[in-house]
Design a protein around this ligand. Structure first.
Ligand SMILES: [Zn+2]
Length: 265
């Protein structure tokens, strides 16, 4: 009898531990950022459509007159272009089409975030600018929530949906208004624009890297990265530090500790 009770207790305990592990691994995602995971799950769903005559583009970076725009997913079909913004959120989501911000709530905690419908309209305009030769294209913006978010009575004429309803939302459009040839041309134009965008992304990262590297080199050589003055030892209330020789015109400072770390790099 005693053995039986021990066995039952053990089974219950192991069950509880497994459950706790499952919950904690969900709460602390290890792989990728939340945004990336949401985008990947939508990308997988869209992959199936490639074979049905749809052209799918993921993580599209476009350069427009108003700067660079990153679009999560663009689907080109004979019905038009579906422009998809994904949000990998949890909690309860409140919002309406015209408000500036939406609200994510968990019990007592609240977070504001930019209205994803407005965000997505900016993406539609960017696409219209790049595809201005094709006036007849119909655009269908869609906002997709992945993750465990619960949508609370969102007031909107633009579809705001769970990812499991994405295929149905896209396939509901019945009236083709582009030929397959046009779909091909539009896709080629998008590909071209997106590649330009990708090049720019790399150039941007390279530039930041160079700036950081230059700054490090200057600091290592005790040159002010802000004005190229000399960094000299100053005495402050909390001890010694390096300050710019052009003080008070330049207020750049560098701690002894940071300099030591830099010299190890
Ligand atoms: Zn300086």
């Amino acid at each position: 009898m005693e053995f039986f009770v021990t066995a039952v207790v053990a089974v219950i305990l192991i069950g509880a531990i497994v459950k706790a592990l499952a919950v904690s691994s969900h709460a602390f995602p290890i792989f990728g950022s939340k945004g990336e995971r949401g985008e990947a799950s939508v990308a997988r769903r869209l992959e199936e459509m490639q074979n049905q005559g749809f052209r799918v583009f993921n993580d599209v970076l476009l350069r427009t007159e108003r700067g660079t725009r990153q679009i999560d997913h663009v689907v080109v079909s004979t019905h038009g272009i579906f422009v998809i913004e994904t949000k990998d959120y949890s909690g309860w989501i409140f919002g309406s089409e015209n408000s500036e911000y939406w609200m994510q709530t968990f019990y007592k905690r609240k977070n504001q975030f930019r209205n994803p419908i407005k965000q997505n309209w900016a993406h539609v305009y960017a696409l219209k600018e790049i595809l201005s030769d094709y006036k007849q294209i119909a655009y269908f913006p869609i906002v997709v929530f992945t993750g465990s978010a619960v949508l609370q009575n969102i007031q909107s004429t633009v579809p705001v949906i769970y990812s499991r309803h994405l295929m149905d939302t896209i396939q509901v459009e019945e009236r083709p208004n582009l030929s397959l040839e046009q779909v091909g041309h539009i896709s080629a134009r998008l590909e071209e624009a997106a590649i330009q965008g990708r090049g720019e992304k790399i150039a941007h990262v390279d530039m930041l890297r160079t700036q950081i590297h230059e700054r490090k080199l200057k600091e290592q050589s005790l040159i002010c990265p802000r004005c190229n003055g000399d960094l000299i030892v100053r005495h402050g209330r909390y001890g010694e530090f390096y300050g710019c020789s052009n003080y008070p015109k330049c207020r750049y400072t560098l701690s002894f500790r940071r300099r030591r770390i830099l010299s190890l790099m």
